[in-house]
Design a protein around this ligand. Sequence first.
Ligand SMILES: C[S@@+](CC[C@H](N)C(=O)[O-])C[C@H]1O[C@@H](n2cnc3c(N)ncnc32)[C@H](O)[C@@H]1O
Length: 340
Amino acid sequence: MTRPQPTAEAIMRTGMGFQASKTLLSAVELGVFTELAVRPAGLVELRERLGLHPRGARDFLDALVALGFLRRVDDVYHNTEETAAHLDRAKPAYAHSGGMLDMANGRLYRIWADLTDSLRTGAAHDESADGDLDTYDALYADPVRLKQFLASMTGISHAANTRIARQVPWKDYGTVADLGTAQGDLVVQVLLANPHLSGIGFDLPAAAPVFEEYAAENGLRDRLAFVGGDFFTDDFPRADVITFGHVLHNWDLEKKKLLLRKAWDALPEGGAVIVYDSLVDDDRSENAFALLMSLTMLVVTDGGFGYTAAECTGWMAEAGFSRSWSEHLIGPDSIVIGIK
Ligand SMILES: C[S@@+](CC[C@H](N)C(=O)[O-])C[C@H]1O[C@@H](n2cnc3c(N)ncnc32)[C@H](O)[C@@H]1O
């Protein structure tokens, strides 16, 4: 199928898209939407409440109006319905949208500036680039970045997690272990929707306090436990279902296959491995989000890359899974399920 070619205008819009992106990210960082949720305001009052210099304030706020993220009525700025719901730090949904944008602003935006170099050298430009620590140890060395990163994972995964909690036939299983669980939103949503299940979140030990706080907030302390460890060197916890959410894309081919083999070893006969990621479409031409996510893996990890459902079912077959298939979840995300 031939698709319409981008017009000259569309080429420029994408080429200059970083301006709109950074304007929105700075607005979240400065708390524009949080302040306007407290009280709509005119230019002078809002500028003072946000601590902005007069030179850029008006253009900044009016750019947000022109981009559709604010409304201005009789010289008073207001949130839109959507920005009020998702980008006000006092609202629960902030964790799912604003949290991701905080991480994009604090981390990915700068790392992506070195994309050209990563394309030439194959080397990442994340926190591990200047030292001996690996990506996660370097990222988690700072407690503020640790919490921001783990919470942002909830942001990027929450919609898919709530789908998985309903789409998979959980009634057939009693236990689930989520490997690389971060804050634990996948296993939390699965347990909330399926009261007969108990679960384990497995991640590097540094993630424990953030996971445990989230499990407690969701009233799941009695059915959900954290296990700290390294999934490459430690045994996997035993469970009927083992899940990997946005984990396989972080690693090179050998490590992806190792994780699937270890899942097979830890599962009982009939148990299931569930992998989910933004899967690249089989023709590698449609799912731009997934392909861009794969480039994010280039700039933030040592060997990670995105993959297609066909590649993943092939690795599952190699690991010993007797059958496997993929299902679309929501937006760019799909799951691949393998049965032992
Ligand atoms: C990209 S995040 C995905 C988080 C979550 N599953 C989701 O979908 O939002 C990858 C997770 O794997 C964890 N991780 C990385 N290396 C690990 C290791 N060697 N052992 C255990 N967990 C690890 C990280 O701490 C992080 O929480």
